[in-house]
Design a protein around this ligand. Sequence first.
Ligand SMILES: O=c1[nH]c(=O)c2nc[nH]c2[nH]1
Length: 475
Amino acid sequence: MAASATIQRTIYTGPFVHSLSLTELEICEKGAIGVDENGIIAFVEKELDLGAVQEKHSWQDATPVQLKGNAFFFPGFIDTHTHAPQHPNTGLFGKTTLLDWLQTYTFPMESSFTDLKRAETIYRNFVSRTLSHGTTTAAYYATIHVPATNLLADICLARGQRALVGRVCMNSDLSPDYYRDASVSQSVADSKASIDYIRSIDPKGSIVRPIVTPRFAPSCTSECLTSIAKLAKDESTFIQTHISENKGEIALVQELFPTSKSYTDVYDTHNLLTPQTILAHAVHLSAEERKTILARGATLSHCPCSNTAITSGCAPIRSLLDEGHTIGLGTDVSGGFHPSILENVRHAIWTSRHLALQSPLGDAAKLSTEEALFLATRGGAAVVGLADKVGGFDVGKEFDAQVVDLGSVSEGGENEGKFDAGPVDVFGWESWGEMVEKWVYAGDDRNTTAVWVRGRVVHRTARFEGRVVDGTATP
Ligand SMILES: O=c1[nH]c(=O)c2nc[nH]c2[nH]1
């Protein structure tokens, strides 16, 4: 589907659920969301029937999409940190932790992206896979290869998934000689070439944007970090990197940058901490580092599945939120073992509970369902610089949404005993609030039956067709 295809004015009726704030989730049982020809939300009604909505807004000619059954609209998920070329390794990490995991699994896989055919297969699959899990925006790390990085941007644009796409910079000898930038100048020139290409295919950055991506401090020499920070400034791009993920990594940073006060100080003294910087992990930051990050306005990507899988630790998200940090969720495939942000919502909650068991904060360290859903949507939108565009159903925002359909046991018949409507069983007596909780703790991609970005359908299943009346927007 071309991102430029026009769409029809559409009125989406049925329940909708979204975050109003970190702690408040709005559940509107009788919603109507009007989306104009540009994919912008023109109105949101909370009590009226379709006819009354059409009349009130003079939208009689709009296409109605009316949800039936135990289904609701939810904002598209935002994945603030993931590595598309690592997708074939998802679930493969054995007993490794970060530094040996990089050498054993990650660098060999990423280095193979000189092969564009292989890159295309993997990237197409990953973009389709993440869309099927309701991810409407992703901040992607690609590899050091310019052609494959550009191909990832092409695929995101063609599929209509919003993306920040970053060619990875890594020139230090932490990386094997078969997979590293030959020099600082090559690192900068290749990054610039990829920025230029991505801007040429989407000049307004409506769907894809470039992002400068120094892999992490140990992968880059001091000169490389400084040069790449200058490139980001000159080109006005976002920056993404990793920080304070694993204790061995932190010790290595201290060894490689002996005059720096801390991991955070390395980035700060190389001009890499800006309000457009996304820092992934942030598991073991000191109080002083947290203050510096907050003062610079850099944001955080919390990756709970990855932090557990490669045994990095439990990030203190509750405290970071209380301090005022801006935080989203990241799948961090393939340190993370799952491409779904929903999976990371529940793991954010689980890991906060483990932390609560050990922390002097006790229950105050726990994240609630509402808070985790906020991080997955509005929090992530703020991290990737799209807080004014996506993350909730507000007039003026773009319609990035998914349908969550839980099916029903009482429907029996064709679904009974087949379980193809997903792992959640709804018996008919649950409140909408209970259905949302059941989805958060047990749902999966079988429940995500349709997905839109800027009002365009980017993923749709056969179950969706059976759940709408009076027509649907076509891809
Ligand atoms: O989880 C991670 N995944 C990576 O690919 C990586 N590179 C540096 N640090 C990293 N952490």
